[in-house]
Design a protein around this ligand. Structure first.
Ligand code: GAR
Length: 214
């Protein structure tokens, strides 16, 4: 059984799907030992509370400088000795010291098909605004390991989603969540928990091909 810390900033729908897949037994080799939010108003904190999961807020606003915030964030993680840190809509930069301390043990869900529509300024609804501006017909979501670059770590899973005529950023965001994010993030956790993801340089190898229909 691996121990997860899930980091969140907002609504926490991805967190909710991880909680649900653990309770229905789809993810059976992992448990969430702590949820960390960077924002006290994050609805994700309520979701964690309802599920009886330890939840803490570590906000940059409570610290004089970035270094002190980074230290507090790392402490909140280290305290529960996680095997895997899941960034489920965590919209603050991860301290480099945390990335060095947890190599290949931090994963992130990004709402596009990396390397498209990622990097600085590409987060949340902005990603979908830019997808619609550019007029692409296919978008999607990516789960990847976190390295010291921005959205540049080894890709674990991706799933494509169609852009439809008349989409607004909000409508597209919801479709990408429903058809991609809420499926591939729990699936990636399950695969890692079962020891089925091998990292080799910039690539990952999935030792058993995931059934994307589930
Ligand atoms: C999700 O769409 C996630 O992919 C995105 O934030 C949203 C959080 O929603 N993350 C990023 O943009 C990271 N670059 P949620 O709080 O409902 O899970």
């Amino acid at each position: 059984m691996i121990k997860l810390v899930v980091c969140v900033s907002g609504g926490g729908t991805n967190l909710q799907h991880i909680i649900d897949r653990i309770s229905d037994g789809t993810i059976h080799e992992a448990e969430i030992v702590r949820v960390i939010a960077n924002n006290a108003d994050a609805y994700a904190l309520e979701r964690a509370g309802k599920a009886g999961i330890d939840a803490v807020c570590v906000s940059p606003k409570s610290f004089d400088d970035r270094g002190s915030f980074n230290q507090a964030l790392l402490k909140a993680v280290d305290e529960v000795k996680p095997d895997l840190i899941v960034l489920a809509g965590f919209l603050v930069a991860i301290p480099p010291e945390m990335i060095r301390k947890y190599p290949d043990r931090i994963i992130n869900i990004h709402p596009s098909l990396i390397p498209s529509f990622c990097g600085v300024g590409y987060y949340g609804l902005h990603v979908h605004e830019k997808v619609l501006d550019r007029g692409v017909k296919i978008t999607g979501a990516t789960v990847h390991f976190v390295d010291e670059g921005m959205d540049s770590g080894p890709i674990i899973l991706q799933k494509a989603v169609e852009v439809m005529n008349g989409d607004t950023p909000e409508v597209l965001q919801k479709r990408v969540m429903e058809q991609a994010e809420w499926i591939i993030l729990p699936r990636a956790i399950e695969l890692i928990a079962e020891g089925k993801v091998r990292v080799s340089g910039r690539r990952t190898e999935i030792l058993e091909s995931p059934d994307m229909e589930a």
